[in-house]
Design a protein around this ligand. Structure first.
Ligand code: 13P
Ligand code: SF4
Length: 304
């Protein structure tokens, strides 16, 4: 038995003792995806968190995801193996900046991407994820102005799909920003039969070249159902493990090997074991912020 197998065995044993569940995002390292109870996108992970009867949720992703789980499961212990795993996009808007924007557009509804801090969700009307942002915006009457934060690229994609004039914020994901149109051109030349699937956090020029624009779990689902045998994947490269594992007969090519999120890669098996041993690092959201943030998440869940 090698070191990883031994660690995985110890984690699974302790997980039972602690009555814990392991949730992992599609971008986590392969060893973590392989021992998780559920691997998914932001929407799937929050839905899974909200329905679990486990006492402890070991959340392997980034901080805003664990925070969302804490908001949805007030009585449970939510742990992150590495508390420094943040999302730079979520830090691109502050509460003060959002309040100023709201003052500028007092009649506007605020739609907030789930990649945001709890206090920002608390100040919003609706939450959304990459898989339902279009539907959430479509559900808001056309007469209403909409402030869409913090991702300007997801926002401009949603604007193009809904033909709505959204008030955007200057946030973006540095990891998806590294995927360039020339990367897609290069890979298309090498693999002309491959379908190009990209995440809506990509820049508009990349989105315009894609066959499909999908959330991470949307990409996994589409690959399973598609008759194509080859795919160029325009999102964080951690997802390739899940794709290859579930579709061993198909071929996958990352649009860019540079799309590697350093925050998602902070977790490893050693940290998972320590986390379960010492019950660290607890993610807690102050009650009143959680109550108001939950309202915007619930409004999203009602729509989808
Ligand atoms: P998904 O909800 O599509 O998994 O996206 C989360 C994320 O952080 C993408 O960078
Ligand atoms: Fe945040 Fe981008 Fe990393 Fe997703 S890939 S967690 S949006 S930095």
């Amino acid at each position: 038995m090698n070191n990883s197998q031994k660690l995985a065995e110890d984690i699974l044993k302790l997980k039972k003792e602690r009555k814990a569940i392991i949730l992992a995002h599609n971008y986590q390292i392969p060893e973590i995806q392989d021992i998780a109870d559920f691997v998914g996108d932001s929407l799937g992970l929050s839905q899974e968190a909200s329905k679990t009867d486990a006492e402890v949720i070991l959340f392997c992703g980034v901080h805003f995801m664990a925070e969302t789980a804490a908001i949805l499961c007030p009585g449970k212990t939510v742990l992150m193996p590495d508390i420094n795993a943040g999302c730079p996009m979520a830090n691109m808007i502050t509460l003060r900046q959002l309040k100023e924007k709201k003052k500028q557009y007092p009649q506007a509804q605020v739609v907030t991407y789930i990649n945001s801090k709890a206090e920002i969700k608390a100040e919003s009307d609706y939450c959304c994820t990459s898989s339902n942002a279009v539907k959430v915006v479509q559900a808001i009457p056309e007469s209403k102005e909409i402030i869409f934060i913090p991702d300007k690229y997801l926002g401009s994609y949603v604007a193009s799909q809904t033909k709505r004039n959204l008030i955007l914020w200057e946030g973006y994901c540095p990891t998806h920003r590294r995927i360039l149109p020339e990367d897609i051109l290069k890979k298309r030349a090498l693999y002309p039969k491959a379908e190009v699937l990209v995440h809506p956090e990509c820049i508009p020029e990349v989105i315009a070249m894609a066959n499909k624009v999908l959330s991470t779990s949307g990409i996994c689902r589409h690959v399973r159902e598609s008759e194509s045998e080859e795919f160029i994947i325009g999102t964080e490269i951690g997802i390739l493990h899940q794709l290859k594992k579930k579709n061993p007969e198909k071929k996958f090519y990352p649009a860019s090997e540079l799309a590697d999120c350093p925050n998602m890669k902070l977790n490893n098996l050693e940290k998972l074991l320590w986390s379960l041993e010492d019950l660290v690092y607890k993610v807690e959201v102050p009650k009143e912020i959680a109550r108001r943030a939950k309202r915007s998440i619930d409004r999203m869940l009602e729509i989808v």
